[in-house]
Ligand binder design. Structure first.
Ligand SMILES: [Zn+2]
Length: 421
């Protein structure tokens, strides 16, 4: 009896462990989740969407609510669709369905040969953090002369390292810091950034070579590895860090958490939203440690780039209304040339402008901090492909074209920037 009772308890405990395992590692599915592109045309509609954004209750805002006549991409779970459309009709809001079944896009995102096993980077698929780090290690050992060094710029809540490369072409060169993948679900960002690392090290194109060799580079392909891994193992649509904020709602938005005019608009104090600014500036170990690293090299840095997706925008600081860069016109001019260069190869059009003008107030971003605190003169946010047809779930066969056109634009950006130093 005792044995039987004991084995029953062992069984229950094992079952409980198994259930936790499933809930900890089972992947969220998005079957029949729909993405609506809603365009508010009245102040009433705009206010309603803003309220919804701060109390989303199951809705997921893929792009933020900004201004009148600017569309907002909202992912809606199937059990909320009827109420959501009812609300849009009540508001008489204009909308189109952009994605009919998010899970279908997720199922087709990676090429079929990509499943399982450690893979080498060839930009035909999206990679796990261990694969990206293994590739960095290969590059470091293939370049023993000291030109390519591994750097650890920070650490994460779950104890991972935030790793990158330092590429020194000439000690007298100005330096560029590229921070990618700070938003976990924006997979094209680490993908394009590793493509750029490869080009910096291996391109034989003379225009590319002379442009990239005139700089030294600090490049971090994944600035939020906890979140990035969670998008592979738990929830493809995760954006934030993985810190424990409240019982149910984890993480803070690591691009609303930097310590320049922190939480002065465009971020949330609601832990359950995707733009939660954190309990304080630099509450997140990821932003805090990366910021410490950047501070240690800030005097070398002339350019700071933050790589995101999606919307095809090139944004310049600041994300707050109370600050304007002293070189605003220069940034706008370089930005326009950069976007023109990006469009040449595949006709991909980017819009260029200030964060507040093109999107909305967004305080606590890394570019604001880089420019506002350290005076790094050239800073931009890239919002890579596309315009919402796939949103964050850009098919892997767009990685190489995105990498090519982004590299084209980067060559122009750094060449034009150099004329201003
Ligand atoms: Zn982002």
């Amino acid at each position: 009896m005792l044995r039987k009772g004991l084995s029953m308890w062992v069984g229950i405990v094992l079952l409980a462990v198994a259930l936790v395992e499933v809930s900890a590692y089972g992947k969220a599915r998005f079957d029949n989740y729909v993405v609506y592109k809603v365009t508010p045309t009245t102040q009433h509609q705009l206010n309603a969407l803003r309220m919804l954004e701060d109390q989303p209750d199951g809705l997921n805002f893929w792009t933020g609510v900004t201004y009148l006549n600017a569309s907002v991409d909202i992912m809606v779970p199937p059990h909320r669709i009827a109420d959501f459309e009812d609300m849009l009709d009540f508001l008489q809001a204009k909308y189109v369905i952009f994605i009919e079944n998010v899970q279908k896009l997720i199922d087709n995102e990676q090429p079929p040969t990509r499943a399982g096993g450690e893979r080498r980077l060839d930009w035909t698929g999206y990679y796990r953090i261990s694969e990206i780090y293994a590739w960095l290690d290969e590059l470091i050992s293939a370049n023993p002369g000291g030109r390519v060094q591994g750097i650890t710029v920070g650490s994460t809540y779950e104890g991972r390292e935030i790793r990158g490369l330092k590429i020194t072409n000439n000690i007298n060169n100005p330096s560029i810091f590229i921070e990618a993948g700070i938003h976990a679900r924006e997979w094209i960002s680490p993908a394009v950034t590793t493509y750029i690392i490869d080009a910096i090290l291996h391109s034989t194109n003379t225009t590319v070579r002379s442009a990239v060799d005139a700089y030294n580079w600090y490049i971090v392909p994944s600035s939020n590895p906890d979140g990035y891994e969670f998008t592979h193992t738990g929830n493809r649509m995760w954006r934030k860090t993985r810190s424990r904020g409240s019982l149910l709602c984890h993480g803070a938005d690591p691009n609303r958490n930097w310590g320049y005019k922190w939480r002065t608009g465009g971020s949330s104090s609601n832990q359950c939203t995707d733009t939660y600014a954190g309990a304080s500036a630099f509450s997140e170990i990821e932003t805090r440690t990366i910021a410490n690293y950047v501070t240690s090299i800030a005097s070398e840095l002339k350019i700071y780039l933050s790589i995101h997706s999606f919307s095809q925008l090139l944004l310049l600081p600041y994300g707050v209304r109370t600050s304007v860069p002293s070189n605003y016109n220069t940034l706008l001019d370089i930005g326009q040339k950069t976007a023109d260069a990006l469009a040449v190869r595949y006709g991909t059009r980017y819009t260029v402008g200030n964060i507040v003008d093109l999107l909305y107030v967004a305080s606590g971003s890394s570019v604001d901090w880089a420019m506002g605190v350290h005076g790094i003169p050239i800073a931009y946010v890239y919002e890579l492909r596309d315009l919402g047809q796939h949103g964050f779930i850009l098919p892997a066969d767009q990685i190489i074209p995105s990498g090519e056109e982004t590299l084209d634009s980067l060559v122009t950006l750094i060449t034009e920037a150099q004329k201003t130093f």
